[in-house]
Design a protein around this ligand. Structure first.
Ligand code: ZN
Length: 286
């Protein structure tokens, strides 16, 4: 486990590998910043976006798509300019976007939460390549996770408040989801971000649990765990040429001075190698 960026993010989140240039995109939600790490040099670029930024994904048409508190935005990494692609909950300033990810067809899925993170006032949305937005799941408390099985027939979703990974039958053609069921219960901390490997196993970041776990979603059993020197482990993604580089984000939020003295790397970005390759990051197709 290697600390590759000691940036002390408030809420590091949303890591996504950008295969176009071999870089790692991620965000600091409460630090209101988009980051890009070049693993070859260790150089990190940043874009201050001045608003809660929940997730970042590469965009096939160029640049990236991010979620801010009032919708989906295009961000031009060369100029730093951005414009809104679609308004979402623009009339609800007490809500913000949290985690998001693209499905194998390139639709961008991202969910919201109420800032108090107590009541199920959030919604999961899907941004279609034609830039229309549909709400797909209401009554979400802390929208997180997101991943698809290697054959694209199952979608995984995490509401951290429920402390479980849910699965849905996924219709690749229409993007419809149905038949929600819990497949993995989480004991240590709360489930936050997730990723899926090429064997179909589900990797989960434990918020407050200092680890990444690899589960078999067929049985709910844990197969492996990796410990981190920080408690607030937020999300992970696969990257690198062979999709065997694992990048893990973390947070400082919720930690007092004593905690931070014990875990000075909190908010950093970590890296380790996986024996099993992960599924590639899908760019937004629109
Ligand atoms: Zn998260």
């Amino acid at each position: 486990m290697e600390l590759v960026w000691d940036g002390k993010a408030l809420v590091g989140e949303g890591p996504a590998w950008d295969a176009r240039d071999g870089t790692l995109l991620f965000v600091d939600i409460e630090g209101r910043t988009v980051y890009r790490l070049d693993p070859r040099t260790g150089a990190v670029d940043r874009w201050d976006v001045g608003d809660y930024v929940g997730a970042v994904v590469p965009r096939r048409a160029g640049g990236v798509v991010i979620t801010l508190s009032d919708g989906f935005y295009h961000l031009d990494l060369a100029t730093g300019r951005r414009h809104r692609l679609a308004a979402v909950e623009a009339d609800r300033p007490e809500n913000r976007f949290n985690d998001g990810k693209c499905d194998p067809q390139g639709r961008f899925w991202a969910g919201t939460l109420h800032l108090a993170e107590r009541d199920p006032l959030g919604t999961l949305y899907c941004l279609e390549p034609d830039l229309t937005v549909r709400p797909v799941l209401s009554q979400v408390t802390i929208s997180n996770g997101l991943g698809w099985s290697p054959d694209g027939s199952i979608m995984y979703f995490i509401d951290t408040a429920i402390r479980a990974v849910s699965a849905f039958d996924f219709d690749a053609e229409t993007g419809a989801i149905r038949n929600r069921r819990p497949v993995i219960a989480i004991q240590e901390g709360g489930p936050d971000g997730m990723a899926v490997d090429q064997e179909g196993m589900v990797w989960v970041a434990h918020w407050g649990g200092s680890r990444i776990s690899r589960f078999d979603p067929g049985t709910g059993r844990r197969l492996q765990a990796w410990h981190l020197p920080v408690s607030q482990v937020t999300s992970l993604t696969f990257g690198g040429k062979d999709w065997q580089d694992v990048y893990v984000t973390s947070a400082r939020r919720g930690l007092g001075p004593d905690d931070l003295a014990r875990e000075p790397a909190a908010g950093g970005l970590f890296h380790f190698r996986s024996d099993t390759p992960g599924l590639p990051t899908e760019p937004f197709a629109g």
